[in-house]
Design a protein around this ligand. Structure first.
Ligand code: PKZ
Ligand code: NDP
Length: 421
């Protein structure tokens, strides 16, 4: 009670980032965290006499069912209050049944409940001084505290790890689609600047700020994939399962094919080897989880969106040159190739905590994997060819033709070199 009193009396600014970011969260839980909690925090904020600003962090994908998104709140068909109420009394089975109807053309409960959260902010604003920030895909830091700093596997980070460790070998992604990544420190800098502007300038209405990169400095998934692999070539991860490689495909049939050949088959073979050597098989389970994760992220890597950034650019112009430098959120200054290289390095250093001294050994390991790969392919080819020869007269004829041709060529070569001597 005393803590609550202290919070209410002394808080002068709220940055509301807490949320569930799981794409597949049960609607009841997602509503509780992203909608009801927002409503309760706004209620609490309204009892804070010294509160100067309430900054709510949403996502640029809260309206991902649209192609062009402005810095405005788009209403959802069912009122958030009705959704909150219904979650109180509906049982899980019914919620499961109505979830697809409620989320409509959004891909998951996360984006849907973040959109409802924005509506709650708008409806319950009262006398509060509010702003909403919508970041796109938050990636490792650009400059602060260090280039490439990252501490979780959300979004692209998990896939970068999976590619570097050789688990992810192909991906259903559109190479030309915009990779709307935004470094975490840009999001933090913009958030602080929005806090200042909202508290000091007290805009008349709730301003929404898009924290995105696509319209100002676009990069695409193809370019990103190439740079990730190029960095792993120089600085590989330790103990990779296979060599890093990531084929991009947009075709469903090729996706199924590569999933079978590049993901499932190697996992089954490796589990067979683990069983033979008396160990517990684990690769198939891990691979199935990766494929499930991929299927959840696919929506975001096969589409492009346009976000207007009028408010964000307006805010930049309001900062002094010194503040623009200290709280830099100008994504136009970002060099993507350098950023992605630092991102990959950061994944190795800060997330996986791998020692840079281990790079020579990691490179040796990749060479061994390459030799195993060649050996395996040669053995596979010979077995297939042997089986074909046993069954087909045409294959036998081709085989005899090749052998006799090689024999004649060798005899001629030997004869001509004897004559020269
Ligand atoms: C060449 C390179 C090309 C790069 C190409 C990049 C394309 C990259 C597009 C991103 C596009 C996002 C765009 C939305 C941007 C927002 O606004 S959303 C905010 C970000 N939110 C997220 O990223 C949450 C996504 N994650 C989830 O929803 C859940 O983790 C999943 C994917 C449903 C999996 O759930 P689960 O099976 O219950 O398991 P969970 O305990 O969460 O994690 C299980 C395993 O998956 C792993 N995992 C979790 N997330 C990931 C991930 N993103 N990737 C891989 N593994 C993951 C965990 O590490 C864990 O591994 P183990 O410890 O078991 O070995
Ligand atoms: N990652 C991304 O790509 C993007 C993220 N966002 C938004 O940014 C914000 C932060 O996301 P991100 O950092 O990625 O996600 P994380 O899951 O890393 O952070 C979520 C935060 O919410 C807190 N939290 C979760 N549940 C509760 C609860 N019941 N009570 C109190 N705190 C809780 C967590 O606390 P604890 O650590 O104690 O669990 C954690 O600090 C979210 O609002 C998200 O929607 C927007 C766009 C993109």
């Amino acid at each position: 009670m005393q803590d609550m009193q202290e919070l209410l009396s002394y808080t002068d600014i709220i940055f509301h980032c807490a949320a569930t970011v799981r794409f597949d969260d049960h609607l009841r839980h997602a509503v509780q965290l992203n909608v009801t909690a927002t409503q309760q925090l706004l209620l609490m904020a309204s009892q804070m006499p010294n509160l100067k600003a309430f900054i709510h962090i949403s996502t640029a994908f809260s309206n991902c069912n649209l192609k062009h998104i402005d810095e405005v709140i788009y209403p959802c068909p069912v009122e958030p209050k009705k959704i909150i109420d219904s979650m109180e009394w509906l049982d899980d089975a019914i919620i499961d049944e109505i979830t697809p109807k409620l989320i409509g053309d959004r891909p998951n409960t996360y984006t849907y409940t973040k959109a409802l959260g924005e509506m709650v902010v708008q409806q319950e604003s009262g006398k509060l001084n509010l702003a909403i920030i919508r970041p796109s895909i938050v990636g490792a830091t650009w400059q602060e505290p260090f280039p490439g700093w990252v501490d979780n596997v959300n979004g692209p980070t998990g896939l970068i790890v999976a590619a570097g460790k050789g688990f992810l070998r192909s991906i259903r992604a559109t190479p030309m689609a915009v990779a709307d990544l935004i470094p975490a420190d840009i999001v933090v800098n913009l958030t602080l600047a929005v806090g200042w502007y909202t508290a000091v300038h007290r805009p008349k209405s709730t301003l929404i700020y898009h924290c995105t990169s696509g319209n100002l400095n676009p990069c695409n998934w193809g370019k990103m994939g190439i740079q990730v692999l190029a960095t792993f070539e120089k600085i590989p991860l330790e103990r990779a399962f296979r060599r890093p490689k990531a084929d991009f495909t947009t075709n469903n049939v090729t996706t199924q094919y590569w999933n079978a050949v590049s993901h499932r088959a190697p996992a089954i073979i490796y589990d067979f080897y683990l069983r033979l050597t008396g160990r517990k098989p684990r690769m198939t389970k891990l691979m199935n989880r990766l494929l499930r994760t991929l299927s959840m992220l696919e929506y975001f890597i096969n589409r492009s969106w346009e976000w207007s950034t009028y408010n964000t650019e307006m805010l930049m112009s309001k900062l002094t040159p010194e503040d623009q430098r200290v709280f830099n959120f100008d994504v136009r200054q970002l060099n993507w190739l350098e950023y992605i290289e630092n991102y990959v390095l950061g994944v190795k250093k800060y997330l996986l905590k791998e020692d840079m001294a281990g790079i020579p050994e990691a490179k040796q390991h990749l060479k061994r994997l390459r030799n195993i790969h060649y050996l395996f392919n040669t053995a596979l080819f010979l077995i297939a060819w042997r089986l074909l020869i046993a069954r087909s007269q045409v294959a036998r004829n081709v085989w005899f033709f090749i052998v006799s041709f090689c024999y004649k060529f060798l005899s001629y070569f030997r004869a001509s070199s004897t004559l020269k001597v």
